[in-house]
Design a binder for this molecule. Structure first.
Ligand SMILES: NC(=O)c1ccc[n+]([C@@H]2O[C@H](COP(=O)([O-])OP(=O)(O)OC[C@H]3O[C@@H](n4cnc5c(N)ncnc54)[C@H](O)[C@@H]3O)[C@@H](O)[C@H]2O)c1
Length: 256
């Protein structure tokens, strides 16, 4: 059951064509937000829009590469042109983690990953903040970090650096924009069953039964919908006194 906690709000979700972004978008639409699905996967993004509309929700698609400043600016403009304003933004798009030890890391992939996972989140915040500040009635931005924003993982030097960076930029933006009632928080998921995680398991020859207990006190991977619930709370006015922090939706992984 979903309460209509986002009624009257307009939300952008990046990386919303699949995985956690898609689940978040569907939950936000159920909570009565008007949702903008922003992704570079046009085909899948448009499928999500059609399925939300078929369920009675309001949704629109905009194609964006979050590492491209002009496209990110156009994404925010699209949301405002389509629905009149911007209240909530979830900066979720990211590339699959890297896969080599620090002594051998791939410099090209480092650059690509940093430009999407870290600079992309910063660019999204830049233009979302400009719009929210111009509107003058506050807002809520949620950056999706990771357990890798708090704990080192082997073979993921670029991803770990980028996600630590996402935690940092979240705090900076919260500090600067609190006086205008723009709240900026982060959700740090643990191991969540999405195409990204399945790809990583295949790459390292791992399976859920053996691997999940190392990452979760609940001995299972999380579902994308379980992370979407944390993001929904931060997006809604129910979290009105929460800014500059992280919800660790990781089944206790970072608690030990
Ligand atoms: N899956 C996990 O276990 C896990 C754990 C912790 C954190 N995260 C984080 O959660 C977020 C979502 O992860 P997921 O597993 O759902 O990923 P996913 O790979 O399933 O989906 C990522 C989406 O982002 C889009 N995307 C990628 N690069 C883009 C770009 N440059 N511009 C626009 N869109 C782009 C893809 O098209 C895709 O729709 C990411 O920030 C990821 O780092 C995932």
């Amino acid at each position: 059951m979903t309460f209509p906690v986002l009624e009257g709000k307009v939300a952008i979700i990046t990386g919303a064509a699949m995985g956690m972004g898609e689940a978040t978008t569907r939950l936000f639409a159920d909570a009565k937000a008007k949702v903008v699905i922003a992704d570079f996967n046009e085909e899948k993004g448009k499928e999500v829009v059609e399925s939300i509309k078929a369920n009675g929700g309001e949704a629109a698609f905009v194609k964006v590469d979050v590492s491209n400043s002009e496209q990110v600016q156009a994404m925010v403009k699209f949301a405002v042109d389509t629905y009149g304003k911007l209240d909530v933004a979830v900066n979720n798009a990211a590339l699959t983690p890297d896969d080599k030890p620090a002594a051998e890391f791939d410099e090209d992939y480092w650059d690509r990953l940093m430009s999407v996972d870290l600079k992309g989140a910063a660019l999204c915040m830049k233009y979302e903040l400009q719009q929210m500040k111009a509107q003058g009635h506050g807002g809520s931005i949620i950056n999706i970090s990771s357990v890798s924003g708090y704990r080192p993982q082997p073979n993921n030097i670029a991803y770990v650096a980028a996600k630590h960076g996402v935690v940092g930029i979240t705090k900076v933006a919260a500090l600067e924009n609190g006086p205008e009632n723009i709240r900026v928080n982060s959700v740090a998921p643990g191991a969540i069953d999405t195409p990204m995680l399945r790809g990583a398991l295949e790459q390292f020859g791992l399976n859920e039964e053996e691997y999940a207990p190392q990452l979760s006190l609940l001995n299972r991977f999380g579902q994308a919908e379980e992370i979407a619930q944390a993001t929904l709370w931060l997006a809604s006015d129910a979290s009105s006194y929460v800014t500059g922090t992280t919800i660790h939706a990781d089944a206790g992984y970072t608690s030990r």
